[in-house]
Design a protein around this ligand. Structure first.
Ligand code: HEC
Ligand code: HEC
Length: 410
């Protein structure tokens, strides 16, 4: 258990003990009820205690949706419940698998129709710290807002909700009656679209990953990371490869917000995944930040993804265009035949990512909106490349992907 919760039962019991010496006295019973309400309020609001990995800052939580264990519990059910899709065929978890740090292993997923999403499904480790959500939608600032997209989007549909039928299904379910009452107060009026999104956001804020070999080594257990991975950290943080400029900090991205920051930090970069000609041939919704700003030089710009659990989040890049060879892919017949694993695939695909960086980006000529002070050709010795890959693989947090707090409650 990594996240400490103030147990509602514990608070209620302690209040009951302190406040109600005699259970026979009716007036005292009323006091007791008041105490229970107070305890409920406490547990819904400021009573939340984060039990964060060492060195992790406290996430910023929107004031209108304070953390509570009851919301987290409800959000976990909703995240895994297919009642949240129009035809009850999909849930959030259909594109966000815990074993892959809540990514899905596909280049681009489809929702309830066959139409593919224009972008790759992101992992959700430490999403609590992103002041901008998704690959390139600079308008989505909170998890509460972002949840609207998979629930209601039409181009393409993801969960495809088009009316309030799903709320009716939740209202008539006795488990949800209890969960919504505990989280948002009694009655059908608690079962609203907003409260669904608020609970989903609260659950996702608990998805914190900070116990990888890298973290253990950083916090004193040097042997948790191999010598090669330790050398790889120097490559990553060096001025030749420049990785840390965009993937720096505790969350391995330059887009962060937490309570120790005075303001949010966010940036969009073109890291050279494709050149101008490639994007020019695509519809606007595949051109990155330009889709939102309509500024030509925002073509090909994306939020630098957090590299936490990057050993599990292939295919890489916004369009999943960098993937391992079939022979390294455990989901491909030739990969199965050759005994491929998640690690063989990640090693192979990360090698391709690094090759893209050492050549200063894909395609010729290179994209004109690349920041060439950071993305330009450089060379690494084969041993340095191997070290860098081992470092990236040391960001995989096996406790996170196996933690039963985040698994399906069904
Ligand atoms: C059909 C597959 C699919 C389903 C279903 C789905 N997602 Fe996603 N998710 C994606 C894709 C694709 C992206 C990237 C979106 C983009 O860049 O526009 C994403 C991105 C996200 C992000 C942004 C992460 C980040 O790093 O900014 C969050 C949070 C998220 N999804 C949560 C959810 C929740 C909550 C649900 C259920 C209500 C859900 N998703 C359902 C595919 C899906
Ligand atoms: C100029 C900023 C910048 C620099 C420098 C940079 N990156 Fe990136 N990185 C990005 C952006 C932006 C993306 C997403 C691009 C896309 O989707 O097309 C990305 C994507 C990635 C991905 C794919 C992750 C995923 O889940 O899909 C990996 C791995 C990665 N970078 C590793 C590195 C390494 C290793 C270095 C150093 C050699 C590096 N990056 C340097 C900005 C940068």
């Amino acid at each position: 258990m990594r996240l400490y919760k103030v147990s509602l039962l514990f608070i209620i019991l302690s209040f009951a003990n302190v406040c109600v010496p005699s259970f026979l006295d009716l007036k005292k019973k009323k006091d007791d009820n008041n105490m229970l309400l107070l305890a409920l309020a406490l547990s819904q609001g400021s009573g939340w205690v984060w039990n964060l990995p060492p060195g992790f800052p406290v996430p910023t939580v929107p004031s209108e949706n304070p953390m509570s264990q009851a919301k987290v519990d409800l959000g976990r059910f909703l995240f895994y419940d297919k009642k949240l899709s129009a035809d009850e065929s999909m849930s959030c978890s259909s594109c966000h698998f815990q074993r892959l740090a809540f990514s899905d292993g596909k280049a681009t997923p489809s929702g309830i129709t066959a139409e593919a999403h224009p972008r790759n499904a992101q992992h959700l480790s430490n999403a609590a710290y992103h002041p901008r959500l998704t690959w390139s939608n600079s308008l989505l600032k909170t998890l509460e807002q972002q949840a609207r997209v998979p629930m209601f989007s039409v181009a393409p549909p993801e969960l495809g909700l088009a009316n309030d039928d799903y709320l009716g299904k939740l209202k008539s379910n006795s488990t949800y009656q209890k969960l919504f009452s505990a989280a948002f107060g009694n009655g059908d009026s608690a079962v609203t679209e907003q409260n669904v999104r608020f609970a989903l956001a609260s659950f996702q804020r608990t998805m914190i990953s900070g116990y990888s070999p890298y973290d253990k080594a950083t916090n004193g257990n040097r042997s948790a990371m191999s010598a090669s991975a330790t050398r790889g950290a120097s490559v990553f943080n060096g001025e030749v490869a420049e990785c840390f400029h965009c993937h720096g900090g505790f969350n391995f991205t330059d887009t962060t917000l937490h309570t120790k920051q005075t303001s949010e930090e966010f940036a969009y970069h073109n890291n050279g995944t494709h050149n101008n000609a490639f994007y020019d041939a695509l519809p606007l919704n595949k051109q990155g930040l330009k889709e939102v700003t309509l500024v030509a030089s925002d073509q090909g710009k994306f939020r630098a993804p957090s590299l936490r659990n990057v050993g599990l989040t292939f295919p890489y890049m916004h369009d999943g265009s960098i993937m391992c060879d079939d022979s390294a892919n455990p989901d491909h017949p030739t990969g199965i035949a050759s005994g491929a694993t998640l690690e063989t695939c990640a090693r192979n695909a990360l090698g391709k990512v690094i090759d893209q960086y050492t050549t200063g980006g894909a395609g010729t000529p290179k994209h004109t909106s690349i920041d060439t002070t950071l993305i330009r050709p450089f060379s690494l010795q084969p041993s340095e490349k191997a070290d860098l890959i081992n470092f990236l693989l040391a960001l995989t947090d096996s406790e996170f992907v196996n933690d039963s707090k985040f698994s399906s409650p069904f």
